[in-house]
Design a binder for this molecule. Structure first.
Ligand code: ADP
Ligand code: MG
Length: 712
């Protein structure tokens, strides 16, 4: 494209060879202009085409790039299964070998005798041909331009195909675009001092090198290639850092903007408030609980609106901290709400709050989708009039029609699945209430910064005294009798047990059936002398509530349950948990489940039942569970094993789609970028740059860049 002035917003249509149909295919892949081409379609791997492995040097099962001539082509159809095999005999001067493609008949037309081609794959031996064989290797045919320096004699990028645009074609296009772009098109976005300190190359240079890496003079080629593969060259790092920096800056700007307007209410902590708060405590708070309560109360009494995340391991005692903060608010004459993600949990909170507040003058209103008609109208009335100072419930608390008199504090319990996007919808009630979000289990730092980077953070890093780690063992199905013996002994001693069955969406019906049948059998054959209950998500709310109450009161000894018990349930007398098909659960989920036991003074046991052959990940997960009870460590490991999307367990996770960055691989850069963004904003504040207008502009740009249009 010589002579053409290219800019990042030049549409791809303007490129030679891109007609309407290819432009359409690119657009479908999210690539409308050159900026998107360069940033959204980065190579998924690189190939060193400076030195090819010779056929003579190939080793079995070791990936290699070779360049060879096609000597002969043969099509074979196997008699038994009617496989179509295309067999190429290829040579490179050092020797000959067979390349085979299975059931891709069109390749017959692609290859021709006398061609030069590049193959990438791991050679194997098979029973049908002598020596090593390449099966279905990736390939690229070298055309007339066989010595073209774009495709050969360098480390080349390998792109995913888009429409009918093959990697080779894309390589040429990207190469030419990068040649023709100038630095003016990609102005620096990081503060000068950051660029200098880190020694970052320019954005254009970084993009060039990410697409076409060139080993620096005197570097070791193999080492360089490793760096490229690990995305750890300075060029990769620069783009990753930049992405994190911009995202973090956006979050911090959000936070800064929320603090611009002081809140109108006044909350004080005097002696009588202090005494009221103390009076509800059934035990001595841990040091961590005291520290965190102070962090929260400092926010409540400050003129800035609180947006705080409280992280703590399962059983670290988040609830009582929340209740104390809420008491401070009520003592000052304001209302407060507590929202839980499930009906069961909301009802449990309702029960324990009623108990803890029984000696106080405060009245609780309960809201959920099960509360209808007259009951709901009554509740709404007490909320609107201020007769109810505390509202407990599910998401129903935030539905339309719920009008508070003076809502000052919202506590959202166990929302480890709420991203910045979802949360912004919850802030509409009242005069910007202070908000405390509590996670069910710890979240790895990199994810916490991404999902909750607009919040301040409090951490409960101490367990209430007297907790003993839960003894965790792995058992096979054939040892089931032995496992039931253990359960029986515990039940006979007056303790209670959970028997957990997996229930996943894809096989919901079968899973549910398995749980129902198991409950039947346990009830009639295994533990006929005890009361066995069955709890699952398909039960109506009232039934669930009744079951949970019976279990909490000890009227049911063994509770068969699908994972609806996962979050937050608190029955300290339960000391055994048997988790069936433990290999099917994620690490954090297992940790969360296990957190239901070991809550009282008695020794507790978690038995992970496994079936069938375990994959490597499953084995590793279960081993971590056996060895560790540290939720922070388990969360990091879980993230490492499953990646952020799976870790969060939902598609709508509120995670931004990073182009270069990877939260697991690049967590150190994320922390560095966060620090730099904080410092930049502090400087901006000092210089008076954090006025509403500036912040609004920054937020708008940020939303567009990360596709978070709804975040407010
Ligand atoms: P989580 O942080 O998982 O929500 P909870 O708030 O449900 O934990 O508390 C777990 C259990 O520990 C509850 O039974 C609670 O009453 C108890 N607990 C909380 N704090 C303390 C403490 N300081 N001393 C003794 N028991 C405590
Ligand atoms: Mg809890």
């Amino acid at each position: 494209m010589p002579g053409m002035a290219l800019a990042l917003d030049t549409p791809v249509r303007a490129l030679p060879g891109i007609g309407p149909s290819r432009a359409q295919a690119l657009l479908q892949a999210g690539i409308g202009n050159l900026g998107e081409l360069l940033k959204k379609h980065i190579p998924f791997r690189y190939e060193d085409r400076t030195r090819f492995r010779s056929i003579a040097q190939l080793r079995k099962d070791e990936e290699a790039v070779l360049r060879a001539g096609v000597k002969s082509i043969r099509r074979v159809v196997t008699r038994v299964k009617r496989f179509q095999i295309l067999e190429l005999m290829v040579g490179d001067g050092s020797g000959w070998m067979m390349v085979k493609y299975f059931n891709q008949p069109y390749l017959h037309k692609v290859f021709a005798e006398g061609q030069q081609a590049i193959f990438f794959g791991a050679p194997r031996s098979d029973d049908y041909s002598p020596g090593l064989v390449l099966q279905n290797p990736e390939f690229e045919i070298l055309e007339e331009d066989a010595e073209d320096s774009v495709h050969i004699g360098r480390i080349v990028p390998i792109y995913r195909k888009v429409g009918d645009l093959h990697p080779r074609r894309l390589r040429r296009i990207v190469h030419d675009v990068l040649q023709d772009l100038s630095d003016q098109e990609l102005p620096e976005v990081l503060p000068d001092n950051v660029v200098r300190r880190y020694g970052f190359p320019s954005r254009l240079e970084s993009l060039r090198q990410v697409h076409f890496p060139e080993p620096p003079e005197g570097s070791d080629p193999a080492e360089f290639l490793d760096q490229v593969a690990a995305r750890s060259t300075l060029f990769h790092q620069r783009l990753i850092f930049e992405e994190f920096y911009r995202f973090q800056l956006g979050l911090l700007v959000l936070r800064s903007r929320r603090r611009l307007v002081p809140k109108q209410r006044r909350i004080e902590v005097n002696q009588s408030v202090r005494e009221a708060v103390k009076s509800v405590l059934p035990f001595h708070p841990t040091g961590a609980q005291k520290r965190v309560l102070k962090e929260i109360v400092d926010d409540l009494t400050s003129p800035k609106v609180m947006n705080r995340l409280l992280q703590g391991d399962v059983g670290s005692g988040k609830t009582i901290v929340a209740l104390q903060a809420q008491l401070v608010v009520m003592e000052n004459g304001y209302q407060t709400a507590l929202m839980a993600p499930t009906e069961i949990l909301a009802e449990q909170h309702q029960r324990s709050y009623s108990r803890l507040l029984s000696e106080t003058p405060y009245r609780i209103a309960y809201l959920s989708s099960n509360i209808k008609g007259k009951q709901r109208r009554e509740a709404l009335k007490t909320i609107a009039s201020g007769q109810a100072q505390l509202v407990v419930g599910t998401h129903a608390v935030f539905q339309e029609g719920v009008q508070f008199k003076e809502l000052a504090l919202v506590v959202i319990d166990e929302q480890h699945r709420f991203g910045v996007l979802q949360r912004s919808r919850l802030r509409e009630k009242g005069d910007r209430p202070d908000t405390l979000v509590m996670t069910a289990t710890p979240i790895p730092r990199s994810l916490a910064l991404t999902l909750y980077g607009d919040l301040d953070m409090s951490i409960l890093d101490e367990m209430p005294p007297g907790r003993r780690p839960v003894q965790t063992v792995l058992k096979r199905g054939r040892n089931r009798d032995q496992v039931y013996q253990l359960v029986r002994r515990q039940l006979a001693a007056g303790r209670q047990a959970y028997l957990v069955y997996p229930l996943i969406e894809e096989s919901e019906k079968l899973d549910l059936q398995a749980a129902v049948e198991a409950a039947e059998r346990l009830r009639s054959e295994v533990f006929p002398e005890f009361k066995v209950g069955l709890l699952h998500g398909k039960l109506v709310g009232a039934k669930k509530d009744a079951l949970m109450r019976e279990f909490a009161e000890g009227k049911i000894q063994a509770l068969v349950a699908t994972t609806v018990i996962e979050v937050g349930i608190d029955v300290p007398n339960a000391t055994v948990m048997v988790i069936e098909h433990a290999e099917r659960f994620g690490l954090s989920q297992l940790h969360q489940l296990r957190g239901r036991i070991g809550r009282g003074p008695h020794e507790s046991y978690c038995i992970l039942m496994v079936e069938g052959r375990l994959g490597r990940d499953a084995r590793e997960r279960l081993e971590v569970m056996r060895q560790s009870s540290d939720g922070f460590r388990i969360a990091e490991k879980d993230l490492e094993l499953r990646g952020p999307g799976e870790f969060l367990g939902v598609r709508q996770s509120g995670l931004p789609g990073f182009l270069f960055a990877n939260l697991v691989r690049d967590h150190k850069l994320l922390q560095a970028a966060r620090l730099e963004a904080e410092q930049y904003l502090e400087q901006l504040e000092r210089e008076g740059g954090t006025n509403p207008r500036n912040l609004a502009r920054l937020i708008q740009r940020w939303r567009r860049e990360f596709g978070l249009s709804e975040v407010g």
